[in-house]
Write a protein that binds this ligand. Structure first.
Ligand code: ADP
Ligand code: MG
Length: 140
């Protein structure tokens, strides 16, 4: 096992439902160390850049509008196999298909408003961490 980092976002639906504290508590209990964190509101341009990989998907415009509809809370998390561990505890993209006890099952509303984002590979985690945080902002 290797200790590494992943990027987490608590999305606008969960922030509006005041679930930030519950989600952070869940993540700490699952063994993640929060080594950087910020609350922010994405601009349209920032959201489009972050999700550029999905720009040709039919849900892209809706996704962007959702992601800029309210504040988000962004974390860098450290753990053993952080990327795969987070994907496991996050659950399926669609909360209806997510396993019991996963974040999206517990707190997601639907396939779009699904409470959290987690990086899908170490390469993307590094890109996403650098998108949101400078080196100075991450505990090392
Ligand atoms: P994940 O977040 O599980 O990695 P994707 O990378 O496929 O999922 O999609 C990115 C985000 O786009 C999802 O978390 C969700 O908010 C939104 N999304 C994905 N598929 C759909 C869909 N079919 N309809 C609406 N929104 C979607
Ligand atoms: Mg994804």
């Amino acid at each position: 096992m290797e200790i590494n980092k992943t990027l987490s976002i608590i999305k606008p639906d969960a922030m509006k439902s005041k679930l930030q504290g519950k989600i952070l508590d869940y993540l700490e209990n699952k063994g993640f160390k929060i080594i950087a964190q910020k609350k922010m509101r994405l601009t349209k341009k920032q959201a489009e850049t972050f999700y550029a990989i999905h720009k040709d998907r039919p849900f892209f415009n809706e996704l962007i509008e959702f992601m800029i509809s309210g504040d988000i809370s962004v974390q860098v998390l450290e753990a053993d196999n952080a990327v795969s561990h987070y994907r496991e505890v996050m659950g399926n993209t669609d909360p209806a298909n997510a396993d019991e006890g996963t974040l999206r099952k517990l707190y997601g509303n639907n396939i779009q408003c699904n409470a959290v984002h987690g990086s899908d590979s170490q390469e993307n985690a590094n890109i996403e961490i650098n998108f949101f945080f400078s080196k100075l902002e991450v505990i090392n």
